[in-house]
Write a protein that binds this ligand. Structure first.
Ligand code: MEV
Length: 313
């Protein structure tokens, strides 16, 4: 039996509530994190801002060309309906200002879920634990079996280390560093890529060792970060990218972006997130503009963010 939804009270007709979810980058450990390994990630200053008001259940995200409702069969509708159901809300419209592209490896669906759950949660007065359940319900619509790293980064922002067992632990760094983010413009589905890695590991058990090695690379990255050793962190990006390519989650566009970053002065570059398209990251101290210019010359877009001390969120 579906839970009956609680209508918004009449005295709240003119109210607006807002909520924000961070976009994210995974620096090291994507895919391996699904198997229980640690991952190093950051919530970005850019994300999704949701505004809810009394209405009829309309959902709109102009930047993603999304205009839908709560009863359509698409994933956006089902995800928002899952949030409303969990929070016992109805008769609300939601409009989102998305500052990150959809399905691009930057955690758009988690940022969307967090933003809406927070805004609706504030509207109906739902406690934080119930909002967390709503976020999980929505993210499960998009990703079926998410590790939880995207929603943790989207909720908390800043640099952190995440594992399924320990959750998100914020990381303090003595130095800020700049990260280049390049976009392939090719959308892809995280759940399919996670499934293809799982199948590879099931059919070819030696591939499972690649997952364990990715975990070791993340642990080495955490040591490098603790020592503010950006050179080593960059080289670990290259190692991680090679291992992820071995799991067949790279793509021709990702390879172009990674190689053009390296030839433009990056210490290291890798795909970020599920792969198959989406985004890359590069560490290029002193060469950020060269990397972004090289990506533009190759027909791709990108931007830089500052992470660590004094950086995001
Ligand atoms: C997606 O941003 C990260 C993956 O590791 C999937 C997940 O952790 O849920 C590919």
């Amino acid at each position: 039996m579906p839970t009956p939804m609680r209508p918004a009270p009449d005295d709240l007709t003119e109210r607006l509530e807002t909520g924000f979810g961070h976009g994210k980058v995974i620096l090291l450990g994507e895919h391996a994190v699904v198997f229980g390994q640690p991952a190093l990630a950051a919530g970005l200053p850019q994300g999704v801002q949701a505004v809810v008001s009394r209405g009829t259940g309309r959902v709109s995200v102009p930047a993603w060309n999304v205009e839908t409702d709560l009863v359509s069969s698409g994933p956006v509708s089902r995800a928002v309906a899952a949030i409303y159901r969990t929070l016992e809300a109805t008769q609300l419209d939601v409009t989102c200002d998305a500052q990150i592209p959809a399905a691009a490896g930057l955690g758009s669906s988690a940022a969307f879920a967090v933003a809406i759950a927070r805004a609706v949660g504030a509207y109906v007065g739902a406690p934080a634990e119930l909002q967390a359940q709503a976020i999980f319900a929505a993210e499960s619509v998009f990703h079926e079996t998410p590790s939880g790293i995207d929603t943790a980064a989207a909720s908390l922002g800043g640099l952190g280390v995440f594992s399924r067992a320990a959750g998100w632990k914020p990381l303090a760094t003595s130095h800020a560093f700049e990260l280049c983010i390049g976009l392939t413009g090719r959308q892809r589905q995280t759940s399919q890529l996670v499934q293809s890695v799982r199948q590879l590991c099931d059919r070819t058990p030696v591939a499972r060792r690649v997952i364990d090695t990715l975990g070791d690379v993340t642990r080495a990255g955490l040591d490098a970060l603790a020592l503010a050793d950006v050179d080593t962190l960059g080289r670990l990006f290259d190692v991680a990218h090679g291992l992820l390519a071995a799991l067949r989650v790279s793509s021709p566009e990702l390879e172009v972006l990674v190689h053009s970053a390296r030839t433009s002065g990056a210490i290291g570059a890798k795909l970020t997130g599920a792969g198959g398209g989406g985004a890359v990251i590069a560490l290029a101290p002193g060469h950020t503009h060269d990397v972004l210019a090289a990506w533009r010359r190759s027909g791709f877009t990108g931007f830089a963010v500052t992470l660590g001390a004094g950086g995001a969120p």
